[in-house]
Every structure is written in C-alpha cells, then in structure tokens.
Design a protein around this ligand. Structure first.
Ligand code: 2NL
Length: 344
C-alpha cells in the first residue's frame, strides 16, 4: 500500500509538469485529490488495516496528499503570475500619443470690467446688491420720482410685460429695495450691477439690453463734495492716477442737483482727438444728490439724511478702456473678438 501511494505521488507530479492552464490544473486536482480520486479511496480503506500498519500508512498518505497539494499550489501560482503578466501586456495603454490641447477660456471683457469696478468700490467700503430684472412699475419709476404722467417715462422706451410689470430700465429699483429693507438705517453704501432693458434700435453705440452699475450712499451730512471725491477716486483707480474729472450740470428726476461726469480723454490726455470729438473730455456717468422725495418715499427723512447716487453704462466704460468700436461685439460672442481678452 505504501508503494501504491508513492507511485500515485510520482504519477501525479509527473502529470502536473505537463499542465499549463487553470482548467487542466483544476481537472488534475479533482482527479487526484477529489472525493472520487484514488487517494480518498486508499484513505477510506484504512479501516481494514492492522493497528500497527494504520499509523504508518496514514502518515505516508498524508505526506503524499501534502506533496501533491503543494505541487498544485506552486503550479497555480506560476499560472496566475503568467496570466497577470499577459493581461498587463494586453491592456497596456500607449501613452506616447500626443494629447489634445484644451483651448483656454477667458473672462468676458464685460464681466472683467464689472469685477474691476466692484473691486474699486468694495475697497471704499461699499457692498454689492442685486435684484430682479423683471420689476414692478413702482420700484422702477414711481419710487424714483417718475409718476405715471411724467414725460421721461415714455411708454415707447420700456418693455412692458403687464400694466404693472416691466423689464427694469436701470438698476435703481435695487437701490430702492435696499433702502426699504434697511428701514431708515444708515449708512447705505451700495453698488448695484446688472442687466437693464430699453426699447431701442440696436446700432454701434446702442443696445436694447446693456449693463449698468449704479451707486448709492445715504448718511447724515453727505455732500456733493463727497460725491466728487468718490468719483475722482474711482476714475483714478480705473484709468490711472493722472485722470481728472469735471462735473457739468444736468437733470435727472431722481437727483437734485444732478451732474454729468466727464473724464480726461485717455487717448489724447486732454489735447483733443477723434475719440473725444476734440474736447479732451469723455462723458462716463450721470450722478447727483438723491432727490428729497426719493429719500422720503424709501423711508428716510430728508431733513435728517442726505445722499448721492450715480449710474454708468458698463459697455461704454469697457469700450473706452479697450478701444472697442461697436457695442454689439459684447453680445455676438464671436471667438475672434473674445480670444483677444484671454489675458486681461
Ligand atoms: C446714467 C445716470 C444715474 C442715479 C443714476 C439714483 C438711484 C437712486 C436715487 C437717485 Cl435709488 N439716483 N441713480 C442717479 C443719477 C444718475 O444714472 O447715465 N446712467 C447710465
């Protein structure tokens, strides 16, 4: 029986040498170590052995089983290793193919100018407020001292949605809403950027939708000199330290007095050129002291508080800054235009 077991071991190990894949290896395991295999059969017959023989044969049988088992395990490791190497070889990615270069995006010049203006005013202690583009008649006109029969409130110039709802024509309603929310508290020191809408025929300098930034300061003892100093600081940060301003008397229904603000022409430094129509000055914003009736309607006693306000068209500021000759460029999104602003 001992010889039988040794022969079985040799046969199994010899057959193992020829095995080269997982399936044949498994077949071999079943054949020699399986329930119906010769080793199991021999072990089952152990009961018939004498008491002296049983432990001797038992030990040999265990050794044979261990030897075959080890052989199978070593072969299994060898096959697994080879299969892994084959898979790695097959799945290798060719990283020598040149990548596709992503095209670089850019901040839209209009957004860049909005950010720059916001930064300048935030630096002076202002906060930024936003509000709805679809607005109530009250906030867009009535609260700004523009009653229903006012000539400056031409139906022709406004996109109406209903009798009471319209597309805002300026960002002033955001300022009215902010004042209302603060319930008479001071200081109010805000700028309001946003899209506004006017019924206009589009051309090189007009667009029915454009971007406005308005500013508002309300406190005790706010004077016209505060307005002038603030705007001077703004234009010098925006256009350079040697930029000057001049205020011309003007009229808005929501400010009194009102002033139009010019800056020295950046192209000719004030000498006169085509861009400033030989005047040396370029108009960039409208401004004034908040009308007492506007203060009152928004919940601020005009005998106690005063304020200044200003408004500018961002496209116009951007056109002057970057020498853009047609406002429609901002909305066409032609990449030949936009790509010029990748590094601003
Ligand atoms: C312009 C002129 C201006 C204002 C806007 C304003 C807002 C409130 C009260 C009083 Cl809540 N005024 N805003 C004042 C003066 C001028 O804008 O030419 N914009 C493009």
């Amino acid at each position: 029986m001992k010889e039988q077991l040794e022969a079985l071991k040799l046969e199994a190990l010899k057959e193992l040498e020829g095995v080269n894949d997982s399936k044949s290896l498994n077949d071999l395991r079943v054949k020699y170590l399986g329930k119906k295999g010769p080793l199991t059969e021999i072990l089952r017959g152990m009961g018939k052995l004498s008491n002296e023989e049983r432990p001797v044969i038992g030990q040999v049988a265990n050794e044979v089983r261990a030897a075959i088992g080890n052989g199978i395990q070593m072969k299994q490791d060898e096959i697994s290793q080879r299969e892994l190497e084959n898979r790695l070889k097959e799945e290798t990615i060719d990283i020598t193919l040149p990548g596709r270069k992503p095209s670089q995006g850019a901040i839209h010049p209009l957004n860049k100018v909005i950010q720059d203006i916001e930064d300048i005013f935030v630096g002076m202690g202002y906060t930024v407020e936003e509000g709805p583009e679809v607005e109530q008649d009250y906030y867009n006109f009535e609260a700004l001292n523009l009653p229903k029969d006012h000539p400056a409130r031409d139906m022709q110039d406004t996109f109406y949605i209903t009798e009471e709802l319209l597309m805002r024509t300026h960002t002033s309603p955001v300022q009215i809403r902010t004042m209302e929310a603060k319930k008479g508290e001071v200081p109010v020191k805000i700028i309001c950027p946003g899209r506004v809408y006017r019924r206009d025929d589009d051309d090189a300098t007009h667009s029915h939708v454009f971007t406005q930034i308005e500013g508002l300061v309300i406190d005790k003892n706010v004077r016209m000199s505060d307005l002038k100093g603030t705007l001077l600081q703004f234009v010098q940060e925006m256009y350079g330290k040697d930029t000057q301003i001049r205020l011309r008397p003007s009229f808005f229904p929501f400010t009194e007095p009102s002033a139009e603000v010019d800056v020295t022409c950046a192209s000719c430094k004030g000498d006169g050129c085509r861009i400033c129509k030989q005047t040396g000055w370029i108009e960039i914003l409208g401004s004034g002291m908040v009308h007492p009736r506007v203060l009152e309607m928004a919940g601020y006693d005009p005998n106690e508080y005063s304020g200044f306000a200003f408004g500018m068209g961002v496209e116009r500021i951007a056109m002057l800054k970057y020498g853009i000759d047609d406002i429609r460029h901002f909305f066409t999104n032609d990449l030949r235009f936009l790509n010029q602003f990748v590094r601003i």
